[in-house]
Structure formats: structure tokens, C-alpha cells
Design a binder for this molecule. Structure first.
Ligand SMILES: *Cc1c(COP(=O)(O)O)cnc(C)c1O
Length: 812
């Protein structure tokens, strides 16, 4: 500890001696607490110092802090290193650790393709068993991710591959100081994060900083790399590839056949052909960047060509799907290695807390770790993650079965699993399916997946978190998220679990039943109910669901229910009417309300709030300000009668964006979480309504299509059927070329009247085939575009997707 304290310039308050082997910033994912050093980072909405006492109770004894709290004095065994800035300390430690590594470190940056290039380099290198290669887990490439990645490098590692991602100026210098790459790779300059840079040049200059002290830089020959060269000292050499005659590695695409691209390469007098098992340009770029690194390592070209032929796609997504017998499947086909396994366990941790957890795992491939040690670590992780059943597949796991709990099951390979397990062995569980590619766990996923019609609403959890963080960045107030109406159509349990994990302060539902469902799913954060019904009072009290009180008689009845249960200080939320004229106390009702509180009461006013009628439109701004001022007046009057602080809140999503001076104590986020902004903020679409082509028919010119014969073909046409109709939530007004869908990069019109379960689309102008994916709305056709077309609002479209449409969740 002394040494670490010295490296990070901190003051050590010593406790018991500890041996640190792990570093953590997230209190939820610690595997061996007694050997972990916890960095108490402080973000806009969470403070690592809040978790120290809990971590201590779990056995952790080493913490880096920037504020010493009274409560820490009771943690007598703990070691604290007190620093000025915890993030800086983490980065200093990583930098120091990096300096001890003498083998090459490869630093990758660029707007897109970093993770793929990293993984492909890994695939190409690890085909040689003699190398020990380390790479940053998933896309750990930020100011926090990079130091954690670096701290994972071991002293006998031969090559380390580290991703560096930035979103604003000044960040790359800090990353460069830590990574100090020996070789740099620049993947691709895209438009991501453009809003934080004044120009493309500025962004490029920032990215180039990663390469300042590199010996070599790899990239595609051309203008971008010339720009980068101009920012770097002449001590940096370049290895550039491209069709350009002056490229160091000259390439030429010979032909593309059966989805493979055949590329001729000229390098230092060698001529050889690569068969890249992908045809698209992006894969070509990514592959060539990886190939150049292997050339730089002097890999013999025939061996390299052989390995390139076997490159495989990188599944970056983790998918959550409904399984058989009320199971939930978490599929992760990303690499199998301990750090990505840990992340997958995290994903499992945020699912429905009431269900048992099952893990189906294959042998880890090429990790270079001692096997006994590796599987002991896995077994510990299972224990921490509260896994009730472990199923191991592969020869290694069979061999080390004694390390795992007694009820575990083991199979030599996937085929034996499928032959010996029955579907009914799985019931009401959350199942993580994680296997190395060679094990073909897709078959296990298929075996356990619920089979049904595959029109889906795909929910992008990363986009949702992005949107949440955007709103967080706008406010210091508490955040309540409205999860009424099945979370605006996206699903209640899954979304509430995600929000709880990301530590929002409140959830609000429309009816008590919705709240009870969330409690049953293991949601423990406060939940408010906007339409509390008297019949549900007992349940609300039992499940800790806090009512919105919009009239005196409700308050009296609720207070009576509390007295019956002998409960005191139950939180309620007082709704005030300031102009919406839907529900709530008017200003003239306040004397009665306050009179009610003159006697001792069982309820406790947690908050008082109101709702704006036109917060998204400038034309109503005067009215809105009037509402807010009335709200201030009414709440001051109420607050004056109480000796405890009552929270105030009035803003919905549009209000949060447009009236930053009125956030008060809490804000209520709704549609914004789903990517709809009143101010064109940089939000991401969350839900995609998708289906696939189930059949295609050739129809001659002049024929009518569908019911009522409303559309005719005007040329020989190809008409596709998609299994989605108005019963799924596809609005019938989109019939007859009003609406479009998106297939293979193109919009095509809906033709004929939309039927109950199906509709027809005109795919004449595309090469669409049966089985192709069709987007009804999502990332290409925005919900807001659709709602405008239909003369309604995005809320109605999102909440109108039928419950029979399966919700599928994913994250990168
Ligand atoms: C639905 C709702 C919100 C959220 O509104 P958005 O426009 O979706 O942000 C906020 N407050 C109340 C009372 C609501 O009913």
C-alpha cells in the first residue's frame, strides 16, 4: 500500500496489510474484495464514497478516496489512500504500471472499427500459441476504461492491445501519457462526437496525439493519415496500406466472390493474395489495418494469408431474449475470457432479482492463464454473482469440475449438452449463455429460445443509457423516470432493472398494479403511483408504493388505511393544479389541505409537484412560466407549514431541456429516455420495430393488391409480405404508399391496405429476399417521422405496439 500511495501521491491511513491484485471502480462487480483496491470515483449522480462501508462489510480493505468521512473511522482495518483527485490517481497508477512493461503496446484509435481491429489482431496473433497477448476488455476505451485496461497487463505479456476513445478535446493527451503506445493504429475517421469539436482537423489533431511517441503508425494511405503525419514529430515512422502506388503495403482488390474479397498485396518485394472472408469495404479496411501490424511483426505471408481466411465476425452484442418456460436468456457470443465473462455476469445481475441464475459456459480459449487458477477465478465469480446452477461445456471444464459447486453439470461438448438436457430442466430462470465460437452455442440458444412469430421491438439499452446520461448532464436535481404504460412500450421489468442499476432516484407508474409488478421483479428503489385507487391502498402500503395525492378525500382515505396498518410517516406526493386542469389541488384548496395537517398524520409529504401543459412549444412559454410561478407560490405556502423539507418538481422531458432554471429538487424524465428531444439534442433512438420478409410474389402491371383493391401495380412488380399488421400496432393509415419501411439501405412503400396480421410492401426497386430484415421504425425511420406523418405524437406510436410483439433487449 505504501508503494501505491507513493505512486499516486496520496496520504496513507494504514489498516491491516493487504495484497492488491485487482482494481475496481464499481462496487457491484468486485470478485475478490480482500485483494481489491477500490477507487471511489465521483460522477454527476453517484459518489463512490457512499459504498465504502458496504464494501468494507463485504471484506474490502483498500480504498482510494478524496474525502475522508466521519463514518470511515469505524472501519478500523481499512487502508485509505487520500488523494486530491481519484480519477487522476487511477490514471497515475495505470501509467506507472505501463512503464514497467517492456514488451510492445499497441494503441488503437479512430472513430469506428477500434474494437473489431483489436479483436482481429488478437485472432491473427493468437493463432500462434506461443504468444501471450493481452487486449482491453470489450470497448474499455475511456478515461476510466483505459487505466483499468492497462492495469490488467501482466509482466510476461508479449503484446498488449489497448483501445483509446475520446469524445472531446484534451482527453487524448491523458490517454497517451498512460498508454505510451509502441505502435499506433488509426482505424477510420467518422462523424461520431463531432459536436464537441469545431472541425474535422481539430478532431484529427486531437486523435493524432496518441501517436506522439510511437515508433510506428499504421493506417490507410490517404489524406487523413497525411494530416496525422503533419502533427507528429519526424521520429514517427509510418506503415500505410492502400491502392495508392506510394503505399508501403500496396493492395488491389482482384474480385469478390461468394462474399469473400480477394486482395492482391505487394509488400517489400513479396506478392501474395489475401482471401478476406467478408466482402464489404469496412471489413476490408479493418482487416488491412490488422494485417499491417502482423506484417510489421514479420509474420511470414503464407501463414498470415491462411489466418486471414479464418477471420470470424465479432459478435459485439449481448442479447436478452425470452426463453422457454418463462426463462430469460442472456446470449453473449463475444470472446470468452475472464473479463468479458465478468461483464456478462454484470448483465445478469441487473435482470429480475427474483429469478434463479444459471450460467452455461464453455472452456475459455487461448487465455494464456494457468488453467487451475483460471477456473478457480471463474468459480469465485459464480459465487459472488449468486449463480444457482452452473453448466460447463468442454474438456477443460470437465477436467476441473472439482473446483465448481456440487450441483454443477458438465458436458464434453455442445452436442452432448443438447442430447442429454431437456427443455423442461429450465424453468423461470435467467440463463447466461456464453461460449467461445468453436462451441457453437447458437444451438443452445436456439434450444432454449421461445419460438414465436418474429416481429420484434428491439430495445437498444446502450442508447437508453446514453439518453439518460444526457439528461443527467443537464441537471443536478434528482431524477424520476416515468415507466408508465410498459415504459412507453419498451417493457417494464427490464427497463426498471436497468434504471435501478443506473441509480435513478424514483420510478413513476400510472397504476398500482404496475408498481406491484416491479416490486415482484426485484425493484427496490422508490416507486410513485400516479393514479392510486382505493382498492389498491393495502397493496400499495405493503409494497411500499407511494401515492400521488390529487384530492383531499384520497388523502383522508389513504391516511385511514395507514392507521389501520399502524404505519407512520408513509411518503406521499401532493399534486398541484397550475393550469393543466386535469388533476391536483387548486390554489384555493390549499387552506383545506393545510388544515388536514394540523393534527398529527400518518402520511409524510415527500414531494409536491405539478405538470406542465405545453412545455415543448415556445408558443406556450408565457403560459408555462405562469404555471411555474403559480407552482412556486403554492409550494412556498405549503412548505411554510412543515418543519421538514418537501421536494418540489414540475418538469417533464421537454421542460428539463427548455427550463433549466426550474429543475427544483427533482425532474420527471419520460419520452426523452426514448430518444425524443424537444430541442434537437443529440439523443439516440431506442426502440426499433422490426420484422422480416416472409414471402415475395411477382405481380404483373395493373393488378390490385390486398383488401378493398386500393393500390395497383404500375409496372411488373415484386411484392413482399411482412408478418406485421394493425393488430401489432402498425397504424392502418400508413396503407397504400403513405408509409414506408426500410430494407437493405432503402425505403420502400407499403402497398395495399394493411391487414390485421400482415401487410405488403413494394420491393421492386431492391434485391430484397425472403428472410431479410425490415425496419418499420427505428434508427432509419424515426418514430417522430412516423408520428408526424400520422398527425399524432411519438408517445402514441411507442405505446401502441401490441404486447404480442416480443421485446428483445441488447447492448454492445
Ligand atoms: C408522463 C409524465 C411525465 C413525463 O412526460 P414526458 O413528456 O414523457 O417527459 C412527467 N410527469 C407526469 C405527471 C407524467 O404523467
Amino acid at each position: 500500500m505504501n508503494e501505491i500511495a507513493e505512486i499516486i501521491n496520496g496520504t496513507l491511513h494504514s489498516g491491516i496489510p493487504v495484497k492488491i491484485t485487482e482494481y475496481s471502480i464499481d462496487s457491484r462487480t468486485v470478485v475478490s474484495p480482500e485483494h481489491t483496491l477500490f477507487f471511489a470515483l465521483t460522477g454527476s449522480n453517484h459518489n463512490g464514497h457512499d459504498y465504502i462501508s458496504t464494501l468494507y462489510a463485504n471484506g474490502m480493505r483498500a480504498f482510494v478516496i478524496n474525502e475522508y468521512r466521519e463514518e470511515f473511522t469505524t472501519l478500523t482495518e481499512a487502508n485509505f489512500i487520500h488523494v486530491e483527485n481519484v480519477l487522476v490517481a487511477l490514471q497515475q497508477l495505470a501509467r506507472h504500471h505501463r512503464q514497467q512493461i517492456i514488451t510492445p503496446v499497441i494503441g488503437i484509435t479512430g472513430s469506428n472499427g477500434k474494437t473489431i481491429v483489436k479483436e482481429w489482431i488478437y485472432q491473427l496473433m493468437s493463432a500462434s500459441n506461443s504468444l501471450k497477448i493481452y487486449r482491453s476488455p470489450r470497448s474499455y476505451n475511456s478515461q476510466v476504461g483505459v487505466p483499468l485496461s492497462l492495469l490488467g497487463i501482466e509482466h510476461d505479456t508479449d503484446y498488449s492491445i489497448i483501445e483509446a476513445g475520446i469524445s472531446r478535446k484534451g482527453e487524448m493527451s491523458r490517454l497517451e501519457k498512460m498508454i505510451q503506445p509502441t505502435i499506433g493504429i488509426f482505424t477510420h475517421l467518422g462523424d461520431a462526437h463531432d459536436e464537441n469539436f469545431t472541425s474535422k482537423e481539430e478532431k484529427l489533431a486531437e486523435k493524432a496525439k496518441l501517436f506522439r511517441s510511437c515508433k510506428w503508425v499504421i493506417g490507410q494511405a490517404g489524406e487523413t493519415l497525411e494530416h496525422i503525419r503533419s502533427y507528429l514529430p519526424s521520429s514517427v515512422s509510418f506503415l500505410l496500406w492502400g491502392e495508392d502506388k506510394n503505399a508501403d503495403v500496396q493492395t488491389e482488390t482482384l474480385y469478390i466472390s461468394k462474399g469473400h474479397r480477394h486482395v492482391q498485396v505487394y509488400y517489400k518485394g513479396h506478392v501474395f493474395t489475401l482471401e478476406i472472408p467478408f466482402s464489404d469495404l469496412v471489413s476490408y479496411e479493418n482487416c488491412m489495418n490488422a494485417v499491417c501490424l502482423l506484417l510489421w511483426m514479420s509474420t511470414p505471408v503464407d501463414i498470415l494469408a491462411e489466418r486471414v481466411r479464418h477471420l470470424s465476425t465479432i459478435a459485439m452484442r449481448m442479447e436478452i431474449k425470452d426463453g422457454i418456460n418463462h426463462c430469460t436468456l442472456v446470449n453473449d457470443y463475444y470472446n470468452s475470457d475472464p473479463s468479458s465473462f465478468r461483464m456478462a455476469l454484470n448483465m445478469l445481475a441487473i435482470q429480475d432479482a427474483t429469478k434463479e441464475r444459471v450460467v452455461i459456459l464453455s472452456d475459455f480459449m487461448d487465455t494464456g492463464m494457468d488453467k487451475e487458477e483460471l477456473y478457480t477465478l471463474v468459480s469465485q465469480m459464480l459465487c459472488v454473482a449468486n449463480i444457482s446452477l452452473f453448466i460447463g461445456i468442454g474438456k477443460q471444464l470437465c477436467k476441473y469440475r472439482h473446483i465448481f459447486p456440487d450441483n454443477s453439470r458438465f458436458y464434453e461438448d455442445t452436442e452432448h449438452f443438447l442430447r442429454q438436457e431437456e427443455r423442461d430442466n429450465f424453468n423461470n430462470q435467467i440463463i447466461l449463455i456464453k461460449g467461445a465460437r468453436a462451441f457453437q452455442f447458437e444451438y443452445i440458444a436456439g434450444f432454449l429460445q421461445k419460438q414465436s412469430h418474429s416481429t420484434i421491438l428491439e430495445v437498444d439499452l446502450d442508447a437508453m443509457v446514453h439518453n439518460l446520461n444526457h439528461f443527467r448532464s443537464l441537471t443536478d436535481a434528482h431524477i424520476a423516470v416515468m415507466v408508465k404504460a410498459f415504459s412507453y412500450g419498451s417493457g417494464s421489468r427490464e427497463i426498471a432493472s436497468l434504471l435501478q442499476y443506473h441509480r435513478v432516484d424514483y420510478l413513476m407508474v400510472a397504476f398500482a398494479d404496475e408498481g406491484i409488478e416491479l416490486r415482484a421483479a426485484g425493484i427496490t428503489i422508490p416507486i410513485a403511483v400516479m393514479n392510486p385507487e382505493r382498492e389498491a391502498f393495502d397493496n400499495m402500503i405493503m409494497f411500499n408504493l407511494e401515492p400521488e395525492i390529487y384530492a383531499l378525500d384520497i388523502l383522508e382515505d389513504f391516511n385511514r388505511a395507514l392507521n389501520k396498518h399502524g404505519i407512520k410517516r408513509f411518503p406521499v406526493h401532493i399534486k398541484l393544479n397550475t393550469g393543466m386542469n386535469r388533476s391536483g389541488f387548486d390554489e384555493q384548496d390549499l387552506p383545506h389541505l393545510l388544515e388536514f395537517f394540523q393534527t398529527e398524520r400518518s402520511v409524510y409529504i415527500r414531494s409536491m409537484f405539478s405538470h406542465l401543459a405545453g412545455s415543448d412549444e415556445t408558443m406556450h412559454d408565457e403560459f408555462t412560466l405562469g404555471q411555474i410561478h403559480l407552482f412556486e407560490r403554492m409550494t412556498e405556502r405549503i412548505q411554510a407549514q412543515f418543519n421538514y423539507k418537501i421536494w418540489r418538481h414540475i418538469l417533464n422531458s421537454a421542460g428539463i431541456e427548455r427550463f433549466p432554471q426550474y429543475h427544483f429538487d427533482m425532474v420527471r424524465l419520460g419520452i426523452g429516455l426514448h430518444g425524443i428531444s424537444a430541442t434537437h439534442a443529440n439523443l439516440q433512438p431506442v426502440s426499433s420495430f422490426k420484422t422480416y420478409i416472409s414471402s415475395i410474389r411477382k405481380v404483373p402491371e395493373g393488378q390490385s393488391i390486398g383488401y378493398g383493391r386500393k393500390s395497383y401495380t404500375t409496372r411488373p412488380s415484386r411484392i413482399a409480405v411482412i408478418p406485421v399488421g394493425y393488430a401489432d400496432g402498425l397504424n392502418r393509415h400508413l396503407s397504400n404508399r403513405v408509409g414506408n419501411v426500410f430494407i437493405k439501405g432503402k425505403r420502400v412503400p407499403i402497398i395495399g391496405n394493411i391487414c390485421m396480421d400482415t401487410c405488403m410492401i413494394d420491393v421492386t426497386d431492391t434485391n430484397a429476399a425472403i428472410g431479410d430484415e425490415v425496419e418499420i421504425f427505428g434508427k432509419h425511420i424515426l418514430v417522430s417521422e412516423l408520428s408526424e406523418q400520422l398527425g399524432t405524437i411519438p408517445y402514441e406510436i411507442l405505446t401502441g405496439i401490441s404486447h404480442r410483439v416480443k421485446r428483445v433487449y441488447y447492448k454492445e
